[in-house]
Design a protein around this ligand. Structure first.
Ligand SMILES: Nc1ncnc2c1ncn2[C@@H]1O[C@H](COP(=O)(O)OP(=O)(O)OP(=O)(O)O)[C@@H](O)[C@H]1O
Ligand SMILES: [Mg+2]
Length: 371
């Protein structure tokens, strides 16, 4: 089949320049064309793929083969934007959105199909981030209910330990134990308070928050602490970014949690980079309102990084790899970001470092959120 004539330079240029990965498949299921974007996406060169049978090229990728077969046999377009993972010889599997359309000749005869693939990793990641936020919100409700039940008996234990302390006035050897009981019940109490705050936070106090100022103040404070000795902060804060509408105390807590994690993960000599920019690609749209852009704060460290398996757990309440950590820092951070209609996302490479991106929308509906 002749898909492009030599004189049709425009069509060739379009195929060569488009970022959409396009693979043309003949009626006999052999590959007739693979544009440069498709070569990039699949990791196969045109030379490797040309004339090869599609069943061999996409062997074992039943979802993709099903789409191709259906379009070929039924002569209609078919898409799957949700479930297809593209297997690649030299790179990791990639979530893609795929559309297969029949290709017709001038006389209306079908002479093959066009498979177009689109990198969907960002969209799927976004979906996962939203699902995680929803799951955490549910878990928070459960945990807060449980916490409420624990608080009363805990008060009884602490009261008894205090009474015991008075009774044991002359027994220094035993007093040490009652002190531990009191200290530990206080610690449990603090964790419970945190959990309860997850679902019943104090009502938000909204104001115009200058993120650069908040971040600078946190960094200044952190720099005084011992753990920051020999660690560098690189601030790349865009001075033109306008204030965002939010709760200053909660946002301070959010950035403190994330910056502390970065500091704790970084060894002496390491750097924590904090940048802010306006995201012009994504907007938050509420019914009846103008879409508003996001500000993106990235907190990047070149510390220990997080393995793929651990990355799935870091938002689990009480998950911590630190001897003194509560494992609630990120759960609370996620809650604060969700309450500000934002998104929280982690990228990390074990042994190289971590980047936490926080997306916060600029303007918020003051009436809705104050009530
Ligand atoms: N920047 C980072 N680099 C490496 N690991 C991280 C980073 N941020 C978070 N983690 C991992 O995620 C885990 C959970 O973090 P989270 O902030 O929820 O709790 P924590 O820091 O352990 O305790 P707390 O925040 O109460 O002090 C951490 O124990 C750590 O293993
Ligand atoms: Mg933490």
């Amino acid at each position: 089949m002749s898909l492009t004539t030599p004189s049709d330079r425009l069509a060739q240029n379009v195929l060569a320049s488009t970022t959409e990965a396009i693979i043309v498949i003949n009626q006999d299921y052999s590959i007739a064309l693979l544009n440069p974007a498709a070569q990039n996406l699949t990791g196969m060169s045109a030379r490797q793929a040309m004339n090869q049978n599609i069943n061999a090229i996409f062997s074992g990728q039943d979802g993709l083969l099903y789409l191709i077969n259906t379009a070929m046999e039924e002569g209609r377009s078919i898409s799957d934007r949700e479930t297809i993972q593209l297997r690649r010889p030299t790179a990791e599997d990639l979530p893609v959105s795929a559309t297969v359309s029949p290709l017709f000749t001038d006389t209306g005869q079908q002479e093959g199909v066009i498979l177009s693939l689109h990198d969907a990793s960002h969209v799927r990641q976004l979906e996962q981030d939203i699902q995680r936020a929803d799951r955490l919100a549910m878990l928070g409700t459960l945990a807060a209910g449980l916490a409420h039940e624990i608080k009363n008996p805990l008060g009884g234990i602490k009261g008894s330990a205090q009474l015991l302390t008075m009774e044991l006035e002359n027994r220094d050897d035993l007093l040490e134990y009652t002190q531990i009981m009191i200290k530990e019940t206080d610690r449990i109490n603090e964790i419970i308070e945190e959990l309860m705050n997850l679902t019943t936070p104090r009502s938000q106090v909204l104001s115009e928050v200058n993120l650069s100022k908040v971040i600078r103040e946190i960094v200044l404070l952190q720099q005084q602490s011992e753990i920051c000795v020999n660690k560098t902060f690189d601030l790349q804060l865009d001075p033109t970014i306008p204030p965002i509408t939010g709760d200053q105390t909660l946002l301070t807590r959010l950035f403190l949690n994330i910056i502390k994690n970065a500091v704790e993960a970084t060894a002496a000599g390491g750097t924590i980079t904090i940048s802010t920019r306006i995201d012009t690609q994504h907007h938050l749209t509420r019914p009846g309102q103008h879409p508003v852009p996001f500000v993106v704060v990235k907190i990047t460290d070149n510390g220990c990084g997080i393995s793929k398996t651990m990355l799935k757990k870091i938002f689990t309440p009480f998950y911590t790899t630190k001897s003194t950590g509560s494992g609630l820092g990120l759960v609370i951070s996620q809650k604060i970001v969700s309450d500000h209609d934002g998104l929280l996302h982690f990228n990390s490479i074990e042994g190289e470092g971590t980047c936490c991106s926080i997306f916060l929308p600029f303007k918020r509906d003051l009436i809705n959120h104050n009530s």
